[in-house]
Design a protein around this ligand. Sequence first.
Ligand code: MRU
Length: 359
Amino acid sequence: MNEKSILDYETVELDIDNNALVIIDQTKLPGKIEIISLKTGQEIWDAIYLLKVRGAPAIGVAAAMGLYVLAAQIDTDDNDLFFEKLRENRDFLNSARPTAVNLSWALNRMYRLAESMENEPVSAIVEALKQEAIKIKEEDIAVCKAIGENGLTLVKPGDGILTHCNAGQLATCKYGTATAPIYLGYERGYNFKVFADETRPLLQGARLTAFELHSAGVDVTLICDNMSATVMKQGKINAVFVGCDRVAANGDTANKIGTSVVATVANYYNVPVYICAPTSTIDLDTATGAEIKIEQRPDSEVTEMWYKERMAPEGVKVFNPAFDVTDHNLIAGIVTENGIAYEPYTESLREMVMKVKGK
Ligand code: MRU
C-alpha cells in the first residue's frame, strides 16, 4: 500500500463538526506531519505568527476560516454586539503578520459580506460566513490551477526552473502559485529540472519546497541561497518562478527575503523572472514597493533556530527582515489567474484585477 504523501494532506481545512480550523503544523516539517486543530483567537493568531500556517494565500484562507470559527462562538442574538466582537476578531487576526496582503484581503472580504447582511439574524450571518470561507478556499484551488496553466506557456519541456522560499501547495490549498506550472508540467511529462533555494533563515525552501516537490516525484535539487549565480552561470536555469506576498500597483513585488537577490542575479544572466500572483495579492492601493510594510522577525531565527547550538556570538546585532521588494524592472512578467501582466504594470495589473471585479 502506498504511504500517504504530504500532498495528500489539506494545508488548511475547516472542521465544521468541532468548529475548528485545522492545519498542518509546518514548523514540524519535513520531520513530522502533525495536524493541529485551532479554536481560539490566540491559537489562530499564534499559528499565523509562528508560521505554522504560512504563505500568502494559505494565510488568507486560514484567516477567513478562523474568523468564521470565532464568529460561531459569539454567543448573542444582538447584532450590534455581534458586529463589535466580529470587528475585534478581524482586527486581532489581521495584526498577526503585516506583509502578505491576502490576510487583510480575506478578513475584509468576510467582514464586508457580514456587513451586507447587518439586519439579518446573527445565525444567518454566521452561516453565510461559513459558506464564504469555504468559497475562498475553493477559489484558491481554481486560481492556483489557472496560474499554473498560464505559467506553463512561459517554459518548455526539459527547462531548468529556480524557485525561492515555498510558494507551493503548502503555501496555498493546492498546486501552489510558483509551483503550479511545475506540478502541471510534471503531470504532462515536461521533465523540468527544479532548483530550490534553501531560503535562510527559516528554510522554507529546504523544509517545504524540496519536501513537497520531492514527494511528488519532481526532479528537484536543493541549493543554498548563495548558489543561484553558480547554477545560472552554468546555464542550468531557464526561468525563475517565485510567489509573492504583495504586488504594488507599479509591479514592485514583496516576497521572501532573498528574492530580490535572485532577481538581480537572474537579470545579470538574462534569465527571466516570473512572479506568480493571484489577483488577491495585487494591492492597487499601494503605489510602489517603498510603501510595503516589511515584517521584522526575532533575532533568534538567525542566530539559533534550526541549529543544535547557537551559531552566532551572544549579543551580536541582527537584522532579520522577513521579506524584500523586487523592483518591477527586474520582473519579466507577473503570472495571475487572469493572464500574464507585462510592463507597464500600472496598466496591466489594473486590467488583471478588473477582470475579477467584472466577473
Ligand atoms: O514567511 P512565509 O513563509 O509566509 O513567506 C512566504 C513567501 O514569501 C511566499 O513566497 C509567498 O507568501 C507566496 S506563497 C504562494
